[in-house]
Ligand binder design. Structure first.
Ligand code: MG
Length: 360
């Protein structure tokens, strides 16, 4: 069976709650869903999400990349040779990681469908239920404390708190969040590059001295400041998680070489899909560096692919895959669902996506 068609669909998925970080604020997820079809009519799905401030991918650039050079390298090929085909996609163009992730995931989904197994099974895992943390948007202190209380009431035991926007006092925010949720909830912090290295050390040490029991601090400093990241990592006790600083396996090697972080956040939209993610994972495992699987604000397609990766990652850190929870409705039929903080992956082939949902 060879690949005969590659199609794209723009979706604008409204969220029930505005999502805000130090970098951006959004009330819709804008993405391109990709279908890769084979000569038997089987279809694999993937998602490329517009993230101007992080990957630089836009809806137009994703469509242009998928319908141009990425389609050119996959049409006529077979997913029987999935590993090699994933590398062809990775090498076809520079950058455009969200577009490449969309096609790479669609190829993996198609391969799983051809074998009539869930994507997790193709990747070598029997897991179909896994926990996710829940993100708290950055905002005024009281609003963040209220949101924390609400999400714990919704069943989430691990909260990732967005800080670093230069607004309210980040320490005051964390004290209010901890007071709101009590000692039982696990708290992590994501500054999204919002602090200087010295600020990071001062804030994290203050959180430590206040006994707030923060599980990890994510990307405190600018993404290209690996020296700054290493400065922070060497001066605080709280584990430091590199996110925007690590895209590829090569980036991971450099972070490891410099001792710049304790943990790596693997996201399909940054590294370019499941094939590159597995190579990045190998670097992390070989170097004894912990990982956590995260994602951009994506719909159920991208979130399902992230969950399939998380299912094969041996990590004590709960995955960061709550994006689809924020959507009013799914843009597709089938796919994952949430039960409180548990992601439930369907027991059907691939990602279990059956097609686009009817417009509301
Ligand atoms: Mg992050």
């Amino acid at each position: 069976m060879t690949i005969t068609a590659v199609r794209t669909h723009r979706v604008s998925a409204p969220m029930h709650t505005v999502f805000a970080t130090a970098l951006r604020s959004t009330s819709t997820v804008e993405s391109v869903l990709v279908e890769v079809e084979d000569s038997d009519g089987a279809v694999g799905w993937g998602e490329g999400v517009q993230t101007w401030r992080i990957t630089g991918d836009s809806l137009a650039s994703i469509e242009a990349a998928v319908q141009g050079p990425l389609r050119d390298v996959v049409v006529g090929r077979s997913v029987d040779d999935l590993h090699a085909l994933s590398r062809v996609v990775e090498d076809a163009i520079a950058g455009n990681t969200a577009a490449k992730a969309a096609v790479d995931v669609a190829l993996y989904d198609l391969a799983a469908r051809q074998l009539a197994v869930p994507l997790t099974r193709l990747l070598g895992s029997a897991t179909c239920r896994l926990e996710t943390d829940m993100t708290l948007s950055v905002g005024p202190v009281e609003r963040m404390a209220d949101a924390a209380r609400g999400r714990v009431a919704d069943g989430f035991g691990v909260l990732k708190v967005k800080l670093g926007d230069g607004g309210s006092d980040d320490v005051a925010r964390m004290k209010a969040v901890r007071a709101a949720v009590g000692p039982g909830a696990r708290l992590r912090v994501d500054a999204n590059q919002g602090w200087t290295p010295r600020e990071s050390v001062r804030i994290v040490r203050t959180l430590e001295d206040a006994g707030l029991d923060i599980e990890l601090v994510e990307q405190p400093v600018h993404h290209d400041d690996l020296d700054g990241l290493a400065y922070v990592t060497s001066r605080v006790d709280t584990p430091v998680l590199a996110d925007e600083a690590v895209w590829s396996a090569r980036d991971a090697l450099e972070v490891v070489r410099r001792g710049a972080a304790d943990l790596l956040n693997i996201k399909l939209a940054k590294c370019g899909g499941l094939g590159p993610a597995l190579r990045l994972l190998a670097v992390a495992e070989a170097s004894g560096t912990g990982v956590l699987v995260g994602q951009m604000m994506e719909t159920h397609v991208g979130t399902g692919a992230g969950a399939a990766l998380a299912a094969v990652v041996a990590s004590p850190y709960v995955a960061d895959l709550d994006a689809a929870w924020w959507l009013r409705t799914s843009p597709v039929r089938g796919g994952l669902t949430y039960e409180g903080s548990t992601i439930v992956l369907p027991d059907s082939p691939g990602l279990g996506v059956d097609g686009l949902a009817e417009p509301a």
